[in-house]
Structure formats: structure tokens, C-alpha cells
Design a binder for this molecule. Sequence first.
Ligand code: NAD
Length: 376
Amino acid sequence: MLAFDLRSLVTQFDSDATEHEQVVLFQDPASDLKGFVAVHSTALGPALGGVRFHSYADEGQALADVLRLSRGMSYKNALAGLDFGGGKAVLIGDPERIKTEELLLAYGRFVASLEGRYVTACDVGTTPEDMEVIASTCSWTATRPMTSGGSGDPSVFTARSVLQGMKAAAVHRWGTPALQGRTVGIAGVGKVGRLLVEHLFEEGARVVVTDVRAEAVRRIAEKFPETTVVEDTKTLIRLEGLDVYAPCALGGALSDDVVPLLTAEVVCGAANNQLAHPGVERRLKERGILYLPDYVVNAGGVIQAAGGLRGATHRQTVAKVDRIFDTTLAILERAEAENILPGTAADRIAEQRIARAAHARTAAGSGQSIRPGRFA
Ligand code: NAD
């Protein structure tokens, strides 16, 4: 009965729902735990993706989010060259209010019951310290703190991968990876944005920032007094002389209203799901703006998480993150050659890799759904 209800709900919230291998509702009333896990694909390996803890308006909204995000992880992991499939979990409720050790342990027991089909990592509303708690009931856990031998906060490599994507865009648009003298506007200087600021100053770029939190802006201005601060994102995107716009706050930064106002020639940022709807990418192209799909350039964090799981060295992880430069360039070149959008080119590359792996699995006649993987 529950399976039937879930299926009808899944179809209601995601027309691509038939793509998902497994969608599970879990709950533990004793600890107020309630959420969903969606395993989109294990063709490339165990489904790897974060657990988002958020006060969703209702279960439908949480389900829609987990379906969309898990699908996105399949594409992100495939493009990053990882031997991991795509999955995601969402926990329903305000983490500030209901996140307890008891709840996290119950969540760990649930993930453990999936026996490795899904590997959980931190995301919005969860931290490496939470992963440490979860790890005591579940060995399928990534991004534990470095002090406990985990891969730690993924933001470090996310910022690095966004920089690599930006350099590839610079080659495609201006014929050189150099960002020296370019002006980059960053909306959102939280964990990823502030590290991106550091990278950009090292590259000799000019940096303009904005954030809704005065404290976040103050921190940047103190460390880098040469930073220009503007009042809000609307001011930032209309700034004369802006070369690159880097959305590093929330999703939906690129909407029908925003596109006509943009002065930047390139959009490349860390925020997930930047396009308010898929049609926005075409509007960006029509305005001559080069848009880099977020799931291509923000994969550094998941590469770091995967490296931690596979026992990769720091050097191996850095090398894999830096390959995002080549991947991004290949996507932009294919998009140009085939006269398609970068997002379409990226999707095709990911889908080909996933389909090849699924085919190889079927051809091998393996009853195993999850193959052992490699990293380098
Ligand atoms: P964060 O919460 O640390 O930082 C986000 C910042 O954006 C905050 O300082 C917040 O005050 C600011 N902000 C919120 N609304 C804003 C607005 N309207 N205008 C300007 N600033 C605003 O998050 P983060 O970890 O830095 O992640 C940033 C984005 O990158 C998110 O969309 C996240 O999903 C995505 N992402 C992060 C990682 C990672 O490793 N942390 C990996 C992949 C994708």
C-alpha cells in the first residue's frame, strides 16, 4: 500500500521519476526523524550524495527535492569521472530545532539498512560533525571531519573546481585561462564564496562581493581590503565592467527577470540549480552570455568526498578536481561544434558514460547492483 502511494506521489512530483532505481520513505517517530532517500542510478557505483536537512513545507516538497537532487548527483558524479552513482537524502524539519544525536543515529541505522546502495555525505543543514555521529551506526558515510580521518568540509575543493571552470570559460571566451585583470562578482560569500575570493585574488582578478549577511561581507573586507562590496545581488549583476558573475548563494539565481540585467559575459558559480527553469539557459545564450552548468563546475566537493571513501591521497584528489578544467572546456567545445547549449552537451556526455556502465553491467551478467570502484 505504501509502495503504491509512494509511486503515485513520485510520478506526481517528477515526470522523470521512472528513471530512479529506488525511492524510500523512512521515519522514526521516537526521534522525529522523517525523510526520503532517492537512489537515481548505481550504474557507475554506489549512489553518493549529501543529506539535506531542511524545513520543507510538506512531504511533497521534500520528495520533489530529493528526486531532482539525486538525478543531479548522477550527472555530476558521471561528469566528474567518479565511480559513484547518484543519490540524495532529505530530512524534513528545522535542523536548528529538531537535529539531535538520537535523530542522526536513527538516520544512520536507516542508511545502513540500504547496505551500501547509498552513501551519505553532508549538505545544506548537515555538517562533517553530524557525519561523525551518523558514522557510528552506518559505515556508508562520507565527509567526516579530517580530525577523525575523514575528508572534511567539501567547500575547499568546491571553490577550487569553480575556479577551474572559470579558467576554462576564459579560454573559450577570451583565448587565455588568465583571470588577471578580470572583474568577478560573487553573490554569497559563505563557505565556498569566501574561498573563491581568495583564489581569485591569487589569480590577480578584481573581486566584487555581496551577501545578505553583513558578517560574511565584513569578514571578506577585513581580510581583503581591496574587495569591492555592493549592496545587493541586483546591483552586482548590473555592474558595468563585470566579466564573470559567480552565483554562490541559493538556487534559482538565473531567472527570466535576471537575464536581461546581466552585464557579465560569463556565469560560473557554485550554487546548485542556478537556472530558475531550463528555458533560462537558452535566453542566456541568446544574450551571448556563456553559462557553465553548475553541476559541472561545483563537483570539487563530491570529488573530495569520493576521494575520502576510496583512500585517495591529497595529490590524487587535487589532480581530479583540476581535471574539471578539461571537462568544462570539452563541454563548451562540443556545445559550440554541435550548436547546442552547454547544459545539453554536459548531459549527453554524462548520459553516455552512465549508459555504457549500465550496458557493461548487464553484459557481465552480474547480479551485483554495485561494482567495486576506483578513484584515480
Ligand atoms: P553557505 O550557506 O556557507 O553560503 C551561502 C552564502 O550565501 C551565505 O553567506 C548567505 O548569507 C548568502 N546568501 C543567501 N542568500 C543570499 C542572497 N539573496 N544574496 C546574497 N547572498 C546570499 O553555503 P556554501 O556551502 O558556501 O554553498 C553555496 C552554494 O554552493 C549553495 O547553493 C550550495 O548548495 C552550493 N554548493 C556547495 C558545495 C560545498 O561544498 N559547500 C558543493 C556544491 C554546491
